[in-house]
Design a protein around this ligand. Structure first.
Ligand code: FAD
Ligand code: NDP
Length: 514
């Protein structure tokens, strides 16, 4: 997780910006103060904020259809093929569990409860389309010019736009922002992967149920998709080549996958896919190797969903010609703390930028702050440290700060105190649900007043819980601040304010009583 540091990062940038502007080759007036390439989370936020400060702004957004031909509207990954449809499908899955609980709570639900993919998908897609429309209206209201065009750089002040029908346009701008995000990768070394598989660019737009699904990958996207597919009653297997949720606290990752397994998701641990073949029946036959035994296995699936990471969307931007430096390993754009690229007047934010979290709120905040700096309204830099996040798996996992492994690495095992608790959400009791994986971990430094350096929570509404505590984190709270906070009873989040058993003590961490 992100480096541990606090406080606002400010830099006197204004002098530097005006210095950059003076190096420009153009002396005449530009068409725009700012042209943004990419109308996703970061690009839209930046363009609207800049317009608010009186800048003349244009946004170019263009969606290259997925390999399977799926396409969508304005708003980028989050709105169309990410956070929003994912969270709604996750909600659909949670409701399935809630219906089961409901019987215990006195609801008469006669007959089997079944799920209809088509109804869910249509409702989700309609909501997404309303957001696409909303973004267009907002741009119009804020007087940001929107072009449904693929953008590329001609030079540091000139952008070429190309429509799907091949119509070209050239714009000039004082500043250019690249916010083109990324797209899912395919494992090209696996025969049949691209031909027969889908990715997160497709799954939310399927008209028919994906049926029995193999999800390959073990990070956010794989676990979230595997989780909601199981939750709506499908046969879902997650294939993990190494560990789940790399970079996260591994004890917490284990709880997340244990819960998923207990609730029906199958896991193929330490397995790698070898090939995908389409059978005459239309089923997909997948061959994989179990790395433990070195044995090959086969099974048939209706759908194979690749969730093996994302590639930055730079191919068509012409960046090498203009000299925008990329990280050769990741292909992402190298950026300075003020989001500047190696080329003056050209900036990059969001998923396309090297070393940034691939999360919507960071892209949005970075975009807004950049707009304010470019408009000469502020010199505040984006603080990428201690960004809270949540994995929307069937048992949600939210965290902020360091994992236990990272805390030990940075501070030494003897210099940290880990408080922990296994708790039972009240709503699980009447429903007689197993709460073995509902767990809280607070990691503090042992010295001084025990500053908190990591906070982890698995349980219902983890995102809501962690969002609140992230504020404390940002304010530099300590273990005693946590204990001084009066809980709200009866909630899951209150367990954080009562946490008192240390791992070091070896005591049973199960919360008992009210
Ligand atoms: P994007 O939102 O990807 O926008 C880039 C836009 O630029 C796209 O519209 C693209 O089509 C367009 N574009 C690309 N090239 C060009 C070009 N040459 N010309 C014109 N336009 C171009 N984050 C969270 O915080 N919470 C979540 O719950 C969450 N869930 C996710 C679930 C999934 C399945 C995925 C895949 C991602 C999820 N994310 C989540 C991550 C989040 O969606 C991204 O971090 C965020 O969208 C990045 O914003 P961005 O502005 O950098 O790029
Ligand atoms: P990640 O890059 O985080 O993870 C890729 C996963 O695929 C890893 O488990 C990796 O395993 C595995 N993998 C890679 N190549 C192969 C292969 N050839 N065969 C088998 N497995 C492979 O990608 P995601 O797409 O899951 O997520 C991208 C980003 O999107 C995240 O980092 C996150 O920031 C954002 N996101 C945020 C969400 C949220 O906020 N809730 C939800 C979804 C996405 P290994 O560890 O072995 O390399």
């Amino acid at each position: 997780m992100a480096a541990f540091s606090r406080g606002r990062h400010r830099l006197k940038l204004l002098g530097r910006l005006s210095c950059q502007t003076s190096t420009r080759r153009f002396t005449g007036k530009f068409d725009y103060d700012l042209v943004v390439i990419g109308g996703g989370s970061g690009g839209l936020a930046c363009s609207k904020e800049a317009a608010q400060f009186g800048q003349k702004v244009a946004v170019l957004d263009y969606v290259e259809p997925s390999v399977k031909g799926t396409k969508w509207g304005l708003g980028g990954t989050c709105v169309n093929v990410g956070c929003i449809p994912k969270k709604l499908m996750h909600q659909s899955a949670l409701l399935g569990t809630a219906v089961k609980d409901a019987r215990k709570y006195g609801w008469n639900i006669s007959g089997p409860v079944t799920h209809d993919w088509t109804v869910m998908a249509e409702a989700v897609q309609n909501h997404v389309k309303s957001l696409n429309w909303g973004h267009r209206v907002q741009l119009q209201d804020k007087k940001v010019k929107y072009f449904n065009m693929k953008g590329s750089l001609v030079d540091e002040h000139t952008i070429r736009g190309l429509t799907a029908r091949g119509k070209e346009m050239t714009l000039t701008a004082k500043n250019i922002l690249i916010a083109t995000g990324g797209r899912p990768k395919f494992p090209t070394q696996v025969p049949g992967a691209m031909e027969h598989g889908i990715t997160s660019d497709d799954v939310f737009w399927l008209k028919q149920s994906p049926g029995k699904t193999l999800v390959v990958g073990a990070s956010y996207v794989a676990l979230e998709c595997g989780g909601f597919l199981t939750g709506i009653g499908l046969d879902a297997t997650v294939m993990v080549r190494s560990i789940a949720l790399r970079g996260f606290d591994q004890q917490m990752a284990g709880l997340v996958t244990d819960y998923m397994e207990a609730y029906g998701t199958k896991f193929a641990w330490k397995c790698v896919p070898r090939k995908v073949e389409k059978l005459p029946s239309g089923s997909l036959e997948v061959t994989w190797t179990d790395l433990n035994s070195d044995q090959d296995h086969q099974d048939q699936f209706d759908t194979v969903l690749w969730a093996v990471g994302r590639a930055p969307e730079t191919k068509t931007l012409n960046l090498d010609k203009v000299g925008v430096q990329l990280n050769p390993e990741t292909g992402k754009i190298v950026v300075a703390p003020d989001e500047a690229t190696s080329v003056p007047n050209v900036y990059a934010i969001g998923d396309i930028a090297e070393g940034r979290p691939e999360l919507t709120p960071t892209a949005i905040k970075a975009g807004k702050l950049l707009a304010r700096r470019l408009a000469g309204q502020s010199d505040e830099l984006m603080n990428y440290n201690n960004v809270a996040t949540t994995v929307f798996t069937p048992l949600e996992y939210g965290c902020v700060g360091l994992s236990e492994e990272e805390a030990e690495r940075r501070h030494g095992k003897d210099n940290i105190e880990v408080y922990h608790a296994f708790y039972k959400p009240l709503e699980f009791t009447v429903a007689e649900r197993d709460a073995s994986q509902c767990y809280i971990k607070v990691i503090c430094q042992r010295e001084g007043n025990k500053p908190i350096i990591g906070l982890h929570f698995t349980g219902p509404n983890a995102g809501e819980v962690i969002q609140g505590f992230a504020l404390g984190f940002q304010c530099g709270f300590t273990y005693s601040h946590l204990l001084d906070t009066i809980g709200i009873h009866p909630t899951c989040a209150e367990e954080l304010t009562k946490i008192h058993i240390t791992k070091r003590s070896g005591q049973d961490a199960t919360v008992t009583g009210c």
